[in-house]
Design a binder for this molecule. Structure first.
Ligand SMILES: [Zn+2]
Length: 49
């Protein structure tokens, strides 16, 4: 009963748009924008224009 820390966070399996490996993201991929694994996400960090 003690370790229920992340139970309400649904993870979605995606294919990283950069390296092509399987990754999990805590949001639902919309399909019209690239998704990255954790490492590639750091490289492709969204920047404001
Ligand atoms: Zn990647």
């Amino acid at each position: 009963m003690a370790y229920n820390l992340t139970s309400d966070r649904t993870m979605h399996k995606v294919i990283c748009s950069d390296c092509g490996s399987e990754a999990e993201v805590p949001f639902k991929p919309s399909g019209d924008r690239p998704v990255y694994c954790k490492e590639c996400y750091r490289k492709h960090r969204p920047e404001r224009y």
